[in-house]
Design a protein. Structure first.
Length: 293
């Protein structure tokens, strides 16, 4: 049974929405914001490369030019490590993806996962990276030591939502196998799952798949904290997105639009510790929404 959540209220106090002075590039987009809110990772519309943009000094540093690096890039909780994908193709034109780790303090890089056809899920911690590759969980460390990870991981396989616990991956898909799933994530406290069902909207359920609740027609949803979700409400004509706003919702069923609709605001990234929600526009502009609760 799915219980819809709805209602309009103030989820956040919005103090300002400020344009970020990134280098002019109509193809730029935000791929991530550091947990500490002190830098952004910029990529392109097709996820080529990563550039670090310091929000204090406005200085930029090219980290990689790898194709695919901007897709689902991860930053470690301490902000010192970036984990990104690198696309390559076989002689038969089959796409493969490797996983790379880059230490920002010394610019040392390491391949965590060799090129594969089945990289399904990634989670980054300060010293470890958990990877689901072809349904199998592996935990990568800087020194190659073996560690176990008990926290659940989510991944997508053939449009279905999968969950990995205690090293075993199985079908999760709380809304049924007839749907396609995107953007899954576990809440910070590990008790709930957030995901998007294509054509239906964003949902939250318990980590065991029970108590499914619809958040709303919110795409690219992500946890802000254990009670609030942030995403975008975009509209298109079948080919072009002509409007999009950044929206927030809490688990009580209250929603709030955070932008005024003057920009096509897309793909928000959050830094809860600093009250920052950053988004891009199709014109390559970047803005930060400053919020409090």
């Amino acid at each position: 049974m799915c219980i819809p959540l709805c209602g309009f209220a103030q989820v956040f106090n919005v103090s300002s929405v400020d344009k970020v002075n990134i280098p002019v590039n109509p193809d730029a987009k935000v791929a991530a914001i550091s947990p500490q809110g002190d830098y952004l990772l910029l990529s392109t519309a097709i996820n080529t490369g990563l550039t670090k943009f310091d929000l204090t000094t406005n200085q930029t540093q090219v980290l990689t030019e790898a194709p695919g690096a901007g897709y689902d890039v991860k930053i470690s909780p301490n902000g010192k490590r970036v984990i990104y994908r690198k696309n390559s193709f076989t002689k038969d034109h089959l796409k493969k993806v490797s996983l790379q780790s880059l230490e920002l303090t010394n610019s040392k890089s390491k391949e965590l996962v060799a090129p594969t056809r089945d990289l399904q899920g990634v989670r980054a911690e300060d010293a470890t990276t958990a990877v689901v590759d072809n349904g199998k969980l592996a935990v990568k460390t800087a020194d190659g030591s073996k560690v176990k990870m008990s926290a659940p991981m989510l991944s997508i396989n053939n449009r279905q939502l999968m969950i990995t616990r205690n090293g075993r991956t199985k079908l999760f898909s709380p809304n049924g196998k007839d749907n396609s799933y995107l953007w899954p994530s576990v809440s910070p406290d590990g008790t709930k799952v957030l995901y998007y069902v294509c054509g239906l909207g964003a949902y939250v359920c318990n980590i065991d798949g029970s108590n499914v609740k619809k958040i709303g027609m919110m795409r690219a949803p992500q946890w802000y904290n254990n009670d609030i979700v942030v995403g975008m409400n975009d509209q298109d004509d079948g080919e072009v997105i002509y409007a999009s706003t950044i929206v927030a919702a809490n688990l009580k069923g209250e929603t709030q639009t955070l932008t005024d609709g003057k920009q096509i605001a897309m793909y928000p990234k959050v830094s809860p510790a600093t009250g920052k929600i950053v988004f891009s526009t199709p014109e390559g502009e970047v803005y930060i929404i400053h919020v409090t609760q």
